[in-house]
Design a protein around this ligand. Structure first.
Ligand SMILES: NC(=O)C1=CN([C@@H]2O[C@H](COP(=O)(O)OP(=O)(O)OC[C@H]3O[C@@H](n4cnc5c(N)ncnc54)[C@H](OP(=O)(O)O)[C@@H]3O)[C@@H](O)[C@H]2O)C=CC1
Ligand SMILES: CC(C)(CO)C(=O)C(=O)O
Length: 302
């Protein structure tokens, strides 16, 4: 399989690297500055599951130069999605399916509108990864689950090819038969987790210790469940409980959004909490806790 990775950031480099390690052909489509950094330092994975250096790195800054892609792994931040759409179209026109792994939900509709429903798969990840100063990915924690699945019946074949590749890869992979439900469950969790850790500027331990603070996160989970239901996804109370790994995370665990706040980087506030508010408004649903937390974290967005 030939995989084009758009965004050789934390997730793109990690999963692209793992797929290359398993024998896939992987081309990274990057922007100029990242290309210079990769040419200088190469691409390397530092991971609790074993390090890996990508040999014979294939990078390009032009989507037109990528021949016969089967799959595009789209792993940019939500605020960079509009800037990738021309390249996504070029690659979809060459016959590639698009596997977005962004947190959130709005990007699915945006991509479907750009390249048609048949080309867009559903995908998400559970992993803690970041780039270091050399542009190498550092994977911490012991999980790296990639969940993917068909949003349209025409996507069975490419998902089966991905199953075969995933079996050979050093990652936890799950082919879901209801990827929309999985996307909503992750969206529910990440909206609450990133919201509360970023708003308090604390990891989950101290948040959990203070009942009044933790209750805010729990109510956000409930509001997200109601939103998922309004949007046609049957997230249940049981899903809320089992997705509520807020209770099981290590005390120091925090969201990638909170880590980005600590580093002074741009945050995905509009893509995650902002997206939830737009959807809630369209469905006539009140989500006052998400609204309040969105307001609190907005000043740190950029
Ligand atoms: N990191 C994590 O642990 C997790 C992240 N996620 C989600 O995954 C998504 C990706 O996050 P993450 O990998 O951390 O983000 P990163 O910021 O590490 O990587 C994104 C990369 O996209 C690149 N990029 C942006 N626009 C373009 C473009 N037009 N063409 C090519 N490359 C581009 C950026 O490159 P440049 O250097 O050019 O700016 C950057 O390297 C987010 O939605 C995040 O919420 C989900 C689970 C865990
Ligand atoms: C919670 C976590 C680390 C799980 O992948 C995540 O998605 C994020 O913080 O962005």
């Amino acid at each position: 399989m030939h995989i084009a990775v758009i965004g050789a950031g934390a997730l793109g480099l990690y999963y692209g690297g793992r797929f290359q390690e398993a024998g896939a052909k992987v081309t990274f489509l990057v922007r100029e500055k990242r290309a210079e950094q990769i040419n200088e330092n190469g691409l390397h994975i530092k991971s609790t599951k074993g390090d890996y250096t990508i040999e014979n790195v294939e990078i390009t800054t032009k989507a037109e130069e990528i021949a016969d892609p089967d799959l595009v792994l789209l792993s940019v931040k939500g605020y960079h999605l509009p800037g990738t759409l021309d390249d996504v179209k070029i690659l979809a026109d060459k016959g590639a399916f698009i596997l977005p792994v962004l947190n959130g939900i709005e990007h699915i509709g945006i991509l479907q509108q750009a390249v048609g429903k048949d080309a867009v798969l559903g995908g998400l990840c559970f992993i803690m990864a970041t780039l270091d100063e050399k542009g190498h990915v550092v994977h911490s924690g012991d999980f790296d689950r990639l969940v993917y699945g068909e949003l349209e019946p025409t996507q069975t074949n490419i998902c089966q090819q991905l199953d075969e590749l995933a079996k050979q890869s050093n990652i936890q992979a799950q082919h879901s038969d209801d990827i929309m439900l999985e996307l909503w469950k992750k969206y529910m969790f990440i909206t609450a987790f990133s919201g509360i850790t970023t708003a308090t500027n604390l990891p989950i331990g101290p948040v959990r210790e203070n009942k009044d603070t933790f209750r805010v996160a729990e109510i956000m989970l409930d509001e997200m469940k109601q939103l998922a239901n309004k949007c046609g996804s049957e997230v249940t109370e049981k899903d809320v409980e089992s997705e509520n790994n807020l209770l099981e995370l290590d005390d120091e665990a925090t969201s990638s959004m909170h880590q980005d706040r600590r580093k002074g980087l741009t945050l995905e506030v509009d893509h995650l909490q902002g997206g939830a508010l737009r959807l809630a408004k369209a469905k006539g649903l009140d989500v006052p806790y998400i609204d309040a937390v969105h307001g609190i974290i907005k000043p740190f967005e950029s």
